[in-house]
Design a binder for this molecule. Sequence first.
Ligand code: UD1
Ligand code: CA
Length: 454
Amino acid sequence: MQATNRPCALVILAAGQGTRMNSDLPKVLHPLGGVPLVVHAMDAGAALEPARRVVVIGHGGGAVEGAVRAHDETAICVTQTEQLGTGHAVLQAADALAGFDGDVIVLYGDTPFVREDTLARMLAARAAHDVVVLGFETANPGRYGRLVMEGEHLDRIVEAKDATPDELAITFCNSGLMAADAESLIDLLKAVGNDNASGEYYLTDVPALAAARGLTATAVACDEAETLGINTRAELAAAEALFQRAKRSEAMQNGATLVAPDTVFFAHDTHLGRDVMVEPNVVFGPGVTVENDAVIRAFSHLEGCHVGARATVGPYARLRPGAELGNEARIGNFVEVKAAEIGEGAKVNHLSYIGDAAIGAGSNIGAGTITCNYDGVFKHRTQVGRNAFIGSNTMLVAPVRVGDGAMTGSGSVITSDVPAGDLALGRAKQVNKPGLGARLIARLRALKAERRGR
Ligand code: UD1
Ligand code: CA
């Protein structure tokens, strides 16, 4: 769809405080689908392969920069020390855009639903116009800027505070997104003043300034839902509901079965393969991939993990970051797995903790087995070979290795390596006292009768 083959850059405005969130956390760091709002804006244009991503930070700048760079270490953060308006904010990106020959798209860090093809349409419209604004029709124009159109030309944008009654009646509104050639946008912004009702430097002055210089501006329309901005916790919750609804239908369209879609929660990057089955009440945190034909049973919680094809997880399982399940592995009820590879076809079916470990293909980990990975200061690894059999309630005190085809007796505390093929017994030897059980019971019963009689 992109008519121009020019490179593009994104400038994301994220300096505002977000006062109405009533939060110590900067607004753009509040999570939607498990990742900060600002990450949604950063990823909106991913398919356009932006040459630069510039984020304008201000309030809570350090924390915002941390989240931005954790997501994309090539992103450039620029600081707007005083929030003097959206035009002033974009101007802070001037140095970061120096030498960049291409188009800029301005986005807001608190507006997570803008579609990739909408951005592509904006760039396509650049073929015929110097400035392209993203607009939307709405029944409630409220305090949005109004787009004053003359045919396909955008004459100017009027902020609600500065508008005449006639202008307020316009229902085609400014989303805030804008595309223009990087150099000319910065040039135009230098001419923006703050003589308006808010005393701010408005980005929205750009179309009128462009027209005054003989450049042209237009507006591309999108659905109102795409431009939804988040200002309050209630809006954040409503946005999360919209996000989840979209992810559920996407998962089903891609061939996963969700038995009770409304009870399954996805993250921004959840990937489910074909014919994956998800039972009710499952939560996917960030970073989960589930391969084809796997089954995620009810009440499981997964994050930062990979589930191989035809594997089974749950019910009531917890997969934490670094859990890597091979094909056909089985993780059963009340099992927690963290930073551990579970080999192909291996089974951890009941009541276990497997952390900082590698379990070889075909091994069976008995009920209640724990990898004791933490000594109070350091973490240590447990390695179990292929086709090993770990008896129920084995404590694997790491660092420790159990070789291929080895066994541990149930209830063992394994503190040293078990060679391949060996059986390790690490528990007190059982002693039977003939007849003592019956005699003991008889004595206790007699004692009880005597106490009642008193
Ligand atoms: C802006 C537009 C308005 C549009 C609306 C859509 C202007 C002047 N007005 O109004 O036409 O209909 O968005 O939601 O552009 N920001 C900064 N630094 C600043 C000011 C803002 O980073 O100095 C960021 C904010 O954090 C926010 C975004 O820019 O993410 C928009 O700012 P906001 O003050 O919410 O603009 P509106 O008044 O809503
Ligand atoms: Ca706003």
